[in-house]
Design a binder for this molecule. Structure first.
Ligand SMILES: [Zn+2]
Length: 717
């Protein structure tokens, strides 16, 4: 969420030249009257008025907020003085406060307490918000001022922090075509328009194939399937007017367990083919031509900007910086993953030979026999584990970890001093343990409810920056635990406990910020997941285990044997998981570094995978014709590698702790963690920040060990 706000903060800073000035007194009056735009009042430097938010205020607040921001930008561009950092960048950084506040409430309505009435507002506002963003990114007068400041700074560098701010803002505009001439700009806009309609077609085609290929089973075809699966399949069939039957829908959440448990090999093949043929059936929903068109348009667009290929353009402001470094990393891991697949297949073949002689493992058998291997080798009773993972204890474990690593202390705020949007939300005050200085507030919204999106996430309502006086950070974590009956404990799975730590890592990243300017709080896609992933590692440290992983009834510490089983299970099936992921990530990079005129997607996928020695038993996690991360938008285009990149950093940084004199609680390593990896956020180049923490670049060795792969000689990311 913070990233989204920053994006709006930077990209959406423009008004069309010649736009009418806002009559100020009047608009400020209206702003005062809308609770969503009003300054935050109360303790802690002011807090959101969650007790006053109503859906009918959202639209007028957003519209007025956008108008006010555009007027502020008009004042910047209307300044007759020579552009400087102080008269252009600083006011830009400070602009749009009302809108930022309105977006905090908008975010709560869309993620935490949505309803049909709000969704109508959302639908109406989406195009207006996107138009507003274009008004800023295409504001020529604003860009010319930014460019002047940037060019001057190249001759007379500014202070490190200011230089980073102007570099980031200038690059953001330039990457979106601000430097193009009029004719090029028109072509650029036309390409974007065409692309956005292709993205929509692409995802609609995948959706159509998910709907069109539902498989209906009868009572006799359920062998092996767990009861919970059968129940939801019965409901899915009834919902589609086929009461008494069982529907295997063509989605991952239905396909994956079916292939894991169904004893019927023919049906497994059928379900597998349905799923991995989405968008590739040679009919009106086929995506191959669309992919070709997308690749050509992307290539043409970055050519206008002077790049050889799309990946080069995309990666310039990522930690990896170049397609070559991302590819190099993937190709270092690839051979080990393939070798591991061979071992996994041989383990599975052994079981198949005993149980169903004559079978050779095919892609639709992988999950099924892998599950049998898992049972034999790593069996873990997840219900037993849950007894030791009680939500209240886990929350205390988070606070303990934050205290040890960041010197933060968490104290519940007094009831009714800080407004919340739902009675389930609890708020803690965060202070520095030594100085008692207030750091911020932490809001926790733990439980699932109607109108709340699924999963877990972290946001900030207010980020830290020195420019505005270093106001307390307001950070939040949101989960979907099932709310217990009064007096009952919330027991969570190991995966969910890890996610709880993960999201808390994002919150700590917000809370520890010490940046000078709002822009420096922004995220870098292949970097910001790393900090949160790293925090997951503290869940299985001895200190946390002994203090907090205790049986909810007996208070006994979780048995060591169970912990060892959990750790061992983490390396299970890593050949499959790494290979299916990497195949998609490598293909993504190949598509965006190859001349699109040479690409016929179906053929290109097949031939490239053959060259890579892709094992016959595995298919790409997302085959090209339904690779939505990459072709239904640009979020992960030439960026799917980022998950592995962050994993490498996570494993390597965790090893820095493991090797330190006091392990995961080593004060000196924790000091460096805070100083270089958390507090600077994006005010330092991520590669440089990492080098300062580790004393060298990240190596893949630790990741290889974590996944149970052999470590190659002489590896360097
Ligand atoms: Zn995350």
């Amino acid at each position: 969420m913070n990233t989204i706000f920053r994006h709006i903060g930077v990209i959406s800073l423009a008004v069309l030249a010649g736009c009418a000035k806002t009559p100020e007194t009047n608009s400020e009056n209206i702003a005062m009257n809308n609770a969503l735009l009003a300054e935050w009042e109360g303790p802690y430097g002011g807090v959101p008025a969650f007790d006053k938010m109503t859906v009918d205020l959202v639209k007028p607040a957003l519209q007025k907020g956008m108008e006010l921001k555009l007027a502020e930008i008009d004042r910047i561009t209307g300044n007759a003085e020579e552009p400087t950092f102080e008269n252009t960048i600083e006011p830009l950084e400070l602009s749009g406060k009302e809108l930022e506040r309105a977006f905090v409430y908008y975010g709560i309505f869309s993620s935490n307490v949505s309803n049909p009435e709000f969704r109508e507002v959302q639908k109406e506002m989406a195009p207006q918000i996107s138009e507003f963003n274009s008004k800023i990114s295409q504001n020529e007068a604003l860009f010319q001022r930014i460019k002047k400041v940037y060019e001057k700074s190249k001759k007379n560098p500014l202070s490190t922090e200011k230089q980073r701010v102007i570099d980031l803002i200038y690059e953001d505009f330039a990457m979106e075509g601000a430097n193009l001439n009029e004719a090029e700009k028109q072509r650029y806009a036309a390409i974007n328009k065409e692309l956005s309609s292709l993205y929509t077609q692409f995802s609609n085609n995948v959706l159509a194939d998910e709907e069109n290929y539902v498989l209906y089973l009868d009572e006799g075809q359920l062998s092996g399937l767990p009861e919970s699966y059968v129940k939801s399949a019965a409901k899915a069939a009834a919902d589609r007017g086929k009461g008494g039957q069982y529907a295997v829908t063509n989605t991952r959440s239905s396909m994956d367990p079916f292939l894991t448990y169904s004893d019927n090999r023919q049906l497994r093949e059928k379900v597998w083919r349905n799923y991995y043929s989405r968008g590739d059936n040679g009919d009106e929903y086929d995506n191959n031509q669309i992919i070709s068109d997308i690749l050509k348009l992307r290539d043409e667009r970055v050519e206008l900007l002077g790049y050889d290929n799309y990946a080069q353009w995309r990666l310039q402001n990522r930690m990896a910086k170049t397609p070559e470094s991302a590819m190099n990393l993937m190709m270092q891991v690839w051979p080990a993953a393939l070798a591991r697949v061979k071992e996994e297949v041989s383990d599975m073949q052994q079981i198949a030979d005993e149980e169903n002689p004559g079978i050779t493992i095919k892609p639709w058998d992988y999950r099924y026999y892998a599950e049998k291997v898992r049972k034999a080798k790593y069996d873990l009773d997840s219900e037993e584990v849950k007894q030791y993972l009680e939500l209240g204890n886990l929350t205390q474990a988070l606070f303990f970890t934050a205290g040890e690593l960041f010197n933060f202390e968490f104290t519940p705020v007094k009831e009714n001093t800080v407004p919340v949007f739902h009675e389930d939300v609890k708020v803690w005050e965060v202070t520095n343990k030594d100085t008692d200085k207030l750091v911020g507030l932490w809001y926790l919204d733990p439980y699932a409810r109607t109108g709340k999106r699924s999963g877990a996430w972290a946001t900030t309502y207010r980020g830290f920056n020195q420019l505005e006086g270093g106001e307390p950070v307001l950070a939040s974590n949101n989960s979907n635990f099932i709310k217990p009956a009064p007096g009952e404990p919330v027991l969570v799975s190991w995966d969910d406990a890890e996610t709880f730590f993960h999201e808390f890592g994002h919150a700590l990243h917000f809370l520890s910020s010490n940046v000078a300017y709002p822009t420096l709080n922004g995220g870098v896609r292949d970097y910001t997941e790393f900090q949160s992933q790293l925090l997951e590692r503290w869940l299985s440290t001895d200190q946390v285990i002994n203090k907090y992983l205790r049986h909810y009834k007996t208070n006994d510490v979780i048995p060591d044997e169970l912990v060892q089983k959990i750790k061992k299970a983490a390396t299970f099936n890593q050949g499959f998981a790494t290979t299916e992921f990497l195949a998609s990530a490598i293909m993504d990079m190949k598509y965006h570094t190859t001349d699109p005129d040479q690409i016929d997607p179906d053929k290109f996928e097949k031939e490239t995978l053959q060259e890579l020695n892709m094992p016959e038993e595995i298919v790409m996690r997302h085959r090209t014709p339904h690779f939505g991360h990459v072709f239904s938008g640009e979020g992960y285009a030439a960026g799917y590698y980022g998950y592995l990149w962050a994993d490498v950093l996570t494993s390597d940084a965790a090893e820095a702790f493991a090797e330190a004199p006091n392990g995961f609680y080593d004060k000196e390593t924790a000091r460096k963690l805070l100083k270089y990896l958390f507090a600077p956020r994006n005010s330092m180049d991520p590669a440089e920040a990492y080098r300062k923490f580790r004393g060298r670049d990240a190596k893949i060795d630790a990741l290889m060990r974590d996944r149970g792969f052999p470590v190659p000689q002489d590896s360097l990311q």
